[in-house]
Design a binder for this molecule. Structure first.
Ligand code: BGC
Length: 248
C-alpha cells in the first residue's frame, strides 16, 4: 500500500462531524475515527473551526474529501436545509482548504455515501438505476445510472402527500416525534414507494445510523425494487468523501 492510496474522509452530518484516514483500495479506515458535535446553526466560522480541530487528529498531508449536507456546485454551498442559512453561497472548498491546510474536494453527503456503497458496498457492480437514501437529520439521496452519479438530487425534499419526505421519515423525525417502529416504517414505506413510482430504480439502498436497527423495520417495507441496507453503515459518508478526492 502506498500513501497515494490514502485520503482523509470527513462527513459533516446534522449532529456530528466525523473523519478518518481511508485506504482507497479497500474502502476501510486505517486510523481511528474522530468526531465532534456539528455546530449546525452557529456561524460558518464556528463550524470551520470545529472541522479544523477534528481533522487535526489525523496525520499526514493527504487530500481531504469533505461531505456536506447541502447542494454543492463548483465548490460552493448552494442550500442549507438543516444548517445556518449563512452557509448558502459560501465557497466551502476554498475555505476548508485554507482552514485544513490540505487540498479539499467538496461533495454532497448523500452523494458521498452513494459513491462508497457503489464502489465498496451494497451497490457494487450493480448496473441500471440505483437510488441510495440516507435517513439521518434529513433524507439525502444519491442517484446512479449504470454506475454514474447524477449529483445533487435532493429527493428528501420531494413532497409526498403534502409533506416533504424528510419531514416524514428521516431518522431525526422518528426520534423527535417519538414514533413507534410501525408508524415510522409506514412513513418510510410511503416515501420509498413514491420515489419508486417516479424513478423505477433497480435497487434502493438505505443508509444512516438508524439502519443499525434494520431488523425493526425492514420487513415492514414493501417495494417492487430490491431494497437493501448499506454495507458500510455509518462509515459510508467518510469513505465516499475520501474516494471523491480521486474523482476530480
Ligand atoms: C439536504 C441534502 C442532504 C440531506 C442529508 C437534506 O436536507 O438538502 O443536501 O444530502 O439533507 O443530509
Amino acid at each position: 500500500m502506498t500513501s497515494s492510496n490514502l485520503a482523509i474522509g470527513v462527513d459533516v452530518g446534522g449532529s456530528s462531524i466525523k473523519c478518518a484516514l481511508v485506504d482507497l483500495d479497500t474502502g476501510t479506515f486505517v486510523s481511528e475515527r474522530f468526531s465532534t458535535p456539528t455546530p449546525a446553526q452557529d456561524s460558518t466560522e464556528t463550524l470551520l473551526t470545529a472541522l479544523a480541530t477534528v481533522v487535526a487528529n489525523l496525520p499526514g498531508d493527504h487530500a481531504v474529501g469533505l461531505a456536506f449536507p447541502s447542494v454543492i456546485r463548483n465548490g460552493t454551498v448552494r442550500t442549507a436545509a438543516n444548517l445556518n442559512k449563512a452557509w448558502i453561497g459560501q465557497p466551502l472548498a476554498k475555505l476548508a482548504t485554507e482552514h485544513l491546510h490540505r487540498p479539499v474536494v467538496l461533495i454532497n453527503d448523500a452523494d458521498a455515501a452513494g459513491l462508497a456503497e457503489l464502489h465498496y458496498g451494497a451497490a457494487r457492480g450493480v448496473d441500471g438505476t440505483v437510488l441510495l437514501l440516507t435517513l439521518g437529520t434529513g433524507i439525502g439521496s444519491a442517484l446512479f445510472i449504470d454506475g454514474k452519479l447524477v449529483p445533487n438530487t435532493e429527493f428528501g425534499h420531494l413532497e409526498v402527500k403534502g409533506q416533504e419526505a424528510e419531514h416524514r421519515a428521516s431518522g431525526r423525525v422518528k426520534v423527535e416525534k417519538n414514533m413507534t417502529w410501525d408508524a415510522w416504517a409506514a412513513e418510510l414505506n410511503l416515501v420509498v414507494n413514491t420515489m419508486h413510482a417516479l424513478m423505477w430504480p433497480d435497487l434502493i439502498v438505505l443508509c444512516g445510523g438508524i439502519t443499525d436497527e434494520s431488523e425493526k423495520f425492514m420487513d415492514k417495507l414493501h417495494c417492487e425494487a430490491e431494497l437493501v441496507i448499506g454495507a458500510l453503515r455509518s462509515e459510508a459518508g467518510i469513505v465516499g468523501a475520501a474516494l471523491a478526492t480521486t474523482l476530480v
